[in-house]
Write a protein that binds this ligand. Structure first.
Ligand code: UDP
Ligand code: MG
Length: 310
């Protein structure tokens, strides 16, 4: 008998726990027929509401349900990592608690892995229905940029909803980095992935945990974690300005010799100085970003801390 681990990161999802359980269990018969048992792992990412209590109600009813509670909110990436570490399954799947990842896709994902021989089955939403247009716009731009500057394949609209073989999971666990950007990590490890598309489903209950600002910071994290291009751009721009400056020096010397007027043109000088000073500060900031990430990696802090496990 094979085991499928369903990993569910949840942060203040009290309204969704029991709906999620009910919906998930509708796929039970499919897996039962194929001699696969399910283990359900809720990763309680420092919720301050009744999430833990709701899960414990389920644990009383159903022995296949487990909970890992963090000592505080460590973020979804940490929850995914903890889930994969705690999962014992031959297959693992990561799902959101708000039913934006439809459990009805599970049979198709499972078939892709077991019958079609893929190492993972991932999902992407083809539209962004119900999302603020400005957020969709910036999200699209982000995927365009990061795919140009990163060697890891990062798919637009990809969700973290993904089923994986044990081998795939072990590859992900072998990446011990502190700044975890799963969308990049999944692409980076390679293997074969089947993409299953579906139309966006809106969150069942409760609020999204992602503000626009949090998404911007997440995007920056993603770029820093999976591309060195910003550093290269800094070097190229520096070199470019050296050439420009050199040409300008020659131009000024010639002008002095021919027209004898070394003082005119100071407003343009101020503009150039401001531009270059601005660029310098900007790229010191970029270097600082990499340095701060490196600093955090070097400290080797744990990715999450567990308070309770059941
Ligand atoms: N989540 C989490 N920790 C966080 C933020 C979110 O575990 O710090 C969980 C959340 O409970 C949900 C999933 O990650 O199950 C996706 O979050 P959300 O629905 O808020 O994101 P969206 O679908 O809007 O991108
Ligand atoms: Mg959601």
């Amino acid at each position: 008998m094979k085991l499928l681990s369903v990993i569910v990161p949840c942060f203040n999802e009290q309204e969704n726990i029991s709906d999620f359980y009910t919906e998930l269990m509708k796929t039970n018969s499919f897996f039962f027929k194929r001699d696969v048992s399910i283990e359900l792992l809720f990763i309680n990412d420092g919720s301050t509401d009744e999430t833990a209590a709701r899960v414990k109600e389920l644990i009383k009813k159903d022995r296949r349900v487990h909970i890992v509670t963090f000592s505080r909110n460590f973020g979804k990436e940490a929850a995914i990592f903890a889930g994969l570490q705690h999962a014992r399954g031959d297959y693992c799947v990561i799902m959101d608690c708000d039913l934006q990842d439809p459990p009805s896709l599970l049979p198709e994902m499972f078939t892709a892995i077991v019958e079609e021989g893929y190492d993972s089955a991932a999902t992407r939403r083809v539209d962004r229905k119900g999302e603020p247009p400005i957020r969709s716009f910036f999200a699209r731009q982000f995927y365009k940029v990061i795919n140009k500057i990163s060697s890891a394949d990062i798919v637009d609209g990809a969700r973290d909803y993904r089923m994986m073989t044990r081998q795939f999971v072990d590859a992900i666990l072998s990446m011990q980095e502190y700044n975890r950007f799963s969308k990049g990590i999944f692409g980076w490890v390679g293997f074969s992935t089947k993409w299953i598309e579906f139309e966006n489903v809106e969150r069942r209950k409760g609020e999204t945990k992602w503000s626009f600002w949090k998404l911007v910071l997440y995007a920056i994290d993603g770029i820093i974690a999976f591309s060195e291009a910003p550093l290269a751009i800094a070097s190229f721009l520096g070199l470019f300005f050296c050439f420009v400056a050199f040409a300008f020096i020659i131009f000024t010397i010639i002008r002095k010799k021919v027209f004898g007027d070394p003082t005119s043109g100071w407003p343009s000088l101020v503009c150039i100085m401001l531009l270059i000073a601005g660029l310098q500060l900007f790229f010191i900031g970029v270097v600082g970003q990499y340095l701060s990430k490196t600093y955090l990696e070097v400290k080797r802090r744990p990715i999450y801390i567990v308070k309770e496990e059941k």
